[in-house]
Design a protein around this ligand. Structure first.
Ligand code: HEM
Length: 470
């Protein structure tokens, strides 16, 4: 090669690199601002992981309505204003199934192909079984189950509020959706179950992303819960052949077994988590808010007395009509969910989408924070106040929430358990406040900023003192 040829090849290579560099810069310029830290793969993971809920609000203030966080090898693009939210909720180019498939594999060991094959069929089934038309079937059993647990609490006592609501709602939910008396038979077993479920739930978010060997206790609890389902699968299915109308989980297992029977315990675990992770926390926050607002507390007690009379009835029944008369309690539950909504919901971008002046590339996880959206005064005036009356504006008769309320997600795959959750929490609040005179012994704690998945937990403890009314 002559010296001239060598020189011109060199010039072409240098120019080519410059063009490529500029091309990528430009492409990047069109992308949202990116917070990526300096550590390869981990990216901004350390700063982000310390208090993710606070991190995203600070990032919004610093970078504007759309920004990308690169952490643990993933690009997460957060949308916080109307245009981005619209894309999140309505675009055909963002996908729920592809966004959750990986966390589902890590937390319940359901392989991608099995998940994608079964997801839509299972969703339709759950939506039907827990739809508004099916709710009346659950009222009687939930009331009885909660009464039974209340008996255990005796005539008076002091308890951690979080344990108090879990004690009422774990058995009521499991016995209703899975099988009566499935797990919670003897005291040692109950304790063991609570411990393993708590470990599994507390680290669910890390477990959904990190390799198992980094989370030994979490993996142990996951295996314990899976083994529990393995042991009980046959029994859960058997109830149906005895002629009862099947439970939700039986119907789910029927579908799973047609496709991949070895994954039945895995689906059992996934539904168990979905049904227990959020609803008891919402009951915690609702009771907490109500008991720390004396006028709201008084209004509720007057409502309960006008429907059921003053206390004294043993195991009173609750009807659909009673619940309608106690609409204010439903408002309180919804208002608690608004203020303690999940930190994020997520979709995978499958084709680049334009938001404001940015292009979000395919492969990004698009993230929307119900928690922060619910604090936007454009949608919710005086967003930080607990104001149940704001729900007067919602068309609850038509099963519509307020504009901007996305605690149950939105679109095609919004939470299929939302009516069941609202129902069990309402019944729980009614029965507790009918039976007991309750006071909080500590101020209501702040929400913890440690997790993004699901309803935020309390940052500290809060005790409740309860005394049976005479
Ligand atoms: C107040 C309590 C609850 C809250 C705040 C809540 C919230 C959510 C949210 C935000 C999603 C994701 C939706 C999306 O990304 O668009 C979801 C999905 C889901 N929820 Fe709930 N949920 C609650 C209670 C329940 C209960 C009691 C069940 C009962 C089984 C349940 C079952 C599910 C299931 C199975 C999914 C996944 C749906 C799918 O795969 O398409 N949830 N929930």
């Amino acid at each position: 090669m002559g010296i001239m040829e060598l020189f011109s090849s060199l010039v072409i290579a240098v120019l080519g690199s410059c063009v490529l560099f500029l091309f990528f810069r430009l492409r990047n310029l069109r992308g949202p601002p990116c917070i990526q830290g300096w550590i390869p793969w981990f990216g901004a993971g350390f700063e982000f992981g310390k208090a993710p809920l606070e991190f995203i609000e600070k990032a919004r203030i610093k970078y504007g309505p759309i920004f990308t966080v690169f952490a643990m090898g993933k690009r997460m693009t957060f949308v916080t204003e109307e245009e981005g939210i619209d894309v999140f909720l309505k675009s055909k180019h963002v996908d729920f199934e592809l966004a959750v498939q990986n966390p589902v594999y890590h937390t319940a060991r359901i392989p991608k192909n099995v998940f994608l094959t079964l997801h839509e069929r299972l969703y339709v089934l759950m939506k039907g079984k827990m739809g508004t038309f099916s709710m009346h079937q659950f009222i009687g059993q939930l009331t009885e189950e909660i009464h039974e647990q209340l008996e255990d609490l005796g005539t008076h006592g002091t308890m951690d509020l979080d344990n108090f609501v879990r004690h009422l709602l774990y058995p009521a939910t499991v016995n209703t959706l899975f099988k009566k008396g499935l797990f919670l038979t003897d005291e040692r077993k109950i304790k063991e179950f609570y411990q393993h479920f708590k470990t599994y739930d507390d680290s669910f978010e890390y477990g959904s992303q990190l390799p198992e060997w980094l989370l030994r206790n979490w993996s142990k609890s996951k295996r314990w819960l899976l083994a529990l389902f393995e042991k009980n699968i046959e029994e859960m299915k058997a109830q149906e052949s005895a002629g009862h109308s099947g439970t939700l989980v039986q119907a789910i297992l029927d579908i799973v077994e047609m496709e991949s029977c070895q994954h039945s315990p895995n689906y059992g675990l996934l539904i168990l988590w979905a049904s227990l992770a959020n609803a008891p926390l919402v009951a915690f926050w609702t009771l907490g808010f109500v008991l720390s607002h004396p006028d709201i507390h008084r209004t509720i007690l007057e409502g309960i007395a006008s429907v059921f009379g003053t206390a004294g009835k043993d195991k009173m029944k609750v009807s659909d009509g009673d619940l309608k008369k106690l609409l204010f309690i439903k408002w309180c539950v919804l208002e608690a969910i608004r203020l303690r909504a999940p930190g994020v919901i997520t979709r995978k971008v499958v084709k680049p989408v334009k938001i404001l002046s940015h292009t979000v590339p395919s492969g990004d996880l698009l993230m929307l924070s119900p928690f922060w959206l619910h604090r936007n005064p454009k949608y919710f005036p005086e967003p930080d106040s607990f104001k149940p009356e704001r729900w007067k504006e919602a068309n609850l008769d038509k099963n519509a929430f307020l504009d901007g309320f996305v605690a149950f997600g939105s679109g095609k795959f919004q939470c299929p358990g939302r009516w069941f959750a609202l129902l069990e929490i309402q019944i729980c609040i009614i029965l507790v406040l009918y039976k007991y005179d309750c006071t909080l012994l500590d101020p209501l704690p702040k929400q913890s900023c440690l997790h993004l998945v699901g309803v935020p937990q309390p940052e500290g403890k809060c005790r409740i003192e309860y005394k049976q009314r005479t």
